[in-house]
Design a protein around this ligand. Structure first.
Ligand code: SG4
Ligand code: ZN
Length: 261
């Protein structure tokens, strides 16, 4: 159908065409560190207490394009500060990855593609819901974090997710399960004061230009096994879903960086 898009072949990113809004603020992009400008306004983020709370359950699900974790509706996971134009609430977080012999982050740093990238999708509390936020310029704030594999130390949140994936939760379309006993502050790099900021879009159809992007400079470290657990996830055609990243887009506006970077 016309709503059928994928990451390869005749429904791949070069053919998203009319499914995808086009414009001058499309994501992802390559971030040239040397060309990014310091901005005094980009201070520390304020993560709400629920970001440090272990008690919430998260639903792990597969939409054929990624695996996604949705917090229990009682969780108030919000972020403000960091130069954001408001307070934003987490709706879900999801991943982009490569394959056994390819990297799969969406953003690149000085043209380096990391093995994977997690996106924490937040919506502006000035809007009633994520649907109405998703069409406004200041509607969404997505935080992107690179995953670097091969280090002996893993990440405790990714470990939880990897265990579920290894037990076949969410590896096929529409399957899901819950995960508990993890707190989201642990999926962010220890140093979350160094980051890049630009105004961009969703990286999947409809590619709405409604995202205030934050990309942390420091990656989180995951083990090879943790990364590999993503490679068995299947798409809507029951094929292994690999390389579910959109290629970098041309971007002419300045990318800024936090003052402490
Ligand atoms: C992934 O496909 C998510 O599963 C989608 O979430 C998400 O769409 C999409 O990526 C685009 O988000 O941060 N990469 S991105 O720009 O959040 C939205 C859902 O399908 C609207 C809920
Ligand atoms: Zn994403």
């Amino acid at each position: 159908s016309s709503g059928d898009w994928s990451y390869t072949g005749e429904n791949g990113p070069n053919h998203w065409g009319s499914l995808c809004r086009s414009g001058s603020q499309q994501s992802p992009i390559n971030i040239d560190i040397g060309k990014s400008k310091h901005d005094q306004e980009l201070g520390q983020f304020i993560f709400s207490p629920d970001y440090f709370n272990y008690t919430f359950k998260y639903n792990l699900s597969n939409n054929g394009h990624s695996v996604m974790l949705t917090p229990d509706s009682s969780a108030q996971l919000t972020v403000s500060g960091g130069g954001l134009p408001g307070t934003y609430r987490l709706a879900q977080f999801h991943f982009h990855w490569g394959g056994p012999s390819s990297a799969g982050s969406e953003h690149t740093l000085n043209n380096k593609q990391y093995q994977a990238e997690v996106h924490l999708v937040h919506y502006n509390l000035n809007y009633d819901n994520i649907g109405s936020a998703a069409t406004s310029k200041d509607g969404l704030a997505v935080i992107g974090v690179f995953l670097e594999a091969g280090k002996s130390v893993g990440n405790v949140v990714i470990e939880k997710i990897a265990n579920r994936l290894s037990n076949s939760c969410a590896t096929v379309l529409s399957s899901n399960c819950t995960i508990d006993n993890m707190r989201l502050i642990d999926i962010l790099p220890f140093n979350h004061d160094n980051y890049f900021r630009y105004q961009g879009s969703l990286t999947t159809p409809p590619c709405s230009e409604s995202v205030v992007w934050t990309v942390f400079q420091k990656p989180i470290s995951v083990t090879k096994e943790q990364l590999q657990s993503f490679f068995r996830i299947q798409d809507s055609h029951s094929h292994e879903l690999h390389n579910n990243f959109r290629p970098v887009q041309k971007y002419k506006k300045p990318v800024t960086k936090s003052f402490s970077s």
